[in-house]
Design a protein around this ligand. Sequence first.
Ligand code: GTP
Ligand code: SPV
Ligand code: MN
Length: 613
Amino acid sequence: MVDVGAVLDAGGLKNPHVREFVEHWAAHTGAAQLEVVEAADDPRLLAEALEAGEIRPAGEGRYYARSHRKDTARSEERTFVSSGDLADKGVYNNWRPSGQLQALVEDRMRGASAGRTMYVIPYLMAPPGSPLERWAAGVELTDSRTVVLHMIRMARVGPEHVNNLADPNSFVRAVHVTGELDNLGQGTADDQRYFVTVADRRTILHFGSSYGGNALLGKIAHGLRQASWDGWRSGRFLAEQFMLLGITDRLTGRKYHVCGGFPSASGKTNLAMMLAPDDLAHRYHVEFYGDDIAWLWVDPEDGRLRAINPEYGVFGVAKDTNGTTNPTAMEAIAPGTDVLFTNVAHNEFIREVWWEGRTPRPPADTTGWRDWTGELVSARPTERAAEPWAHPNSRFTTSLSNVPNIAADFSDPRGVPIDAIIFGGRTRDLEPLIRAITDMTEGIYDGLTLGAEATFAAEGVEGQLRYDPMSMRPFMSYPEADYAAHWLRIIGAVREKPIFAHVNWFQRGPDGRFLWPGYRDNLRPLLWLLQLRDGEVTGRQTPVGIVPNPGELDLTGVELRPGDLARLLSIDIARWRQEMDFRQTHLMQFDGLPEEIWAAHRRVVAALDAADE
Ligand code: GTP
Ligand code: SPV
Ligand code: MN
């Protein structure tokens, strides 16, 4: 038996409620050892993990890990939100009554960490001193050292974050048990994995994975699911899967902040880390705040909407990251950053990593290269020779301070004032490059009807989008109608309303090519949006928002083919009328949706009906 009290004393954990929580779970999971973690333990933990073969060297200050083959992504089907009240059941939250589910997952966890070390990770999902701090403290217990290394990069970690809480009982209780990954029936009818947020008890119980959002519980289980619940119940804030960036205009000295939601693989990381295009760099400077989560609240003093990134690091998709698509990310994972790569390809001799899109072609000399499963690429049978070397969901984990254009005030507890909220998905037609929405309710309505192309033909109807409200579909913790009402209440209380916009970098021509160059050039439509907000341009009103007049976008240095700009800014009325029927069906799923949202929907329908084809 572990002397829990002695370990917690040595680790400096004083909060009696935290101590009680650790004691209970140490006994329940049967862990052989216990260890309290703080950020300063990182070098020692890295050395131990290297020694144990859990991670491998990938160059100076760079590390590499492989996850289990059956454990490479979040599992949406095995993720549940539970509470004691049936009224909390929504369309997307996979709600279950808590008693039932808690017993099941606790049963899986009983004795499941036998022989292993349980790490106690006290953490904070906010800059210290934030007005939202009382919802940001948590303690994750995990039986995986690799998860600890990720948590140290992704969250602020150390006992000081839970020792002096205003309410010592107010912290998220998060338990992660890896389980026997060989024997969990992943993806079968007998799947043993449970990823449960017991929202009304602020308890997160994840069993059966050690990958990403399944195991780093501060990130999406706390930072999005639990936090969006807490924000709703307290009436105080929003927690969204949003990127957050700053744009400084050196000519006027003004600084703007933009946040917004894009479903997975729609470019949040690229957008948040972008540099100004060369031709505009003398005037504009873009700063990075966050690429995946923003918490938003109304400042009681000036009535402005403010935002923080509650995270401390980036868990970014490796695929297609290179010096052209994302030079800042390449710097953030350079030698000396202590970056941790997962499931990319690795070469232990030259201590290098590679993924699809890092260079146009894989390394010509395959000697020593192993794919993400650990198989030597040179030993692959011919029928598998063309398979990717890296897993498509392979990622890099690096701290925010490694991102070269990180904003100087990224840790300011007061957050930053928000000027614009944008939404975007991958759509080959329908959505123009940008359409601005000045009415708050229509902006929120637009977020609720955010959609992206279905990825499999079987999954959707031709021309119909897969809706992902505010890009929160996989992280929604409470009913969608309440979610809409909460958004209306919070934004409704803002004195200087942000402007809204819908953007689309992914329009294609009839020949399939992208019409817009994207990446760094995405700054151009954002600048137009801020000018519109400041009354410097007028745009052209359409039934679905204001689009730029062709001369209003600064396109210095951009080469577009003739006709492409007009196409990028055009609204296909017939397609939009069809879309409104799909939207109606989508919104009708949500019982009790606020009447304001329906009224906004009807206004857009009426405007489209009144428009000439
Ligand atoms: P999660 O981390 O899963 O939440 O996703 P994310 O929103 O951060 O997406 P991510 O940036 O990892 O995915 C972006 C994908 O879209 C990559 O394949 C990029 O190369 C591509 N992409 C990003 N920006 C652009 C753009 O402006 N134009 C085009 N054509 N592709 C882009
Ligand atoms: C996402 O899936 O949107 C992520 C990665 O950001 S994970 O943390 O695994 O959810
Ligand atoms: Mn995400």
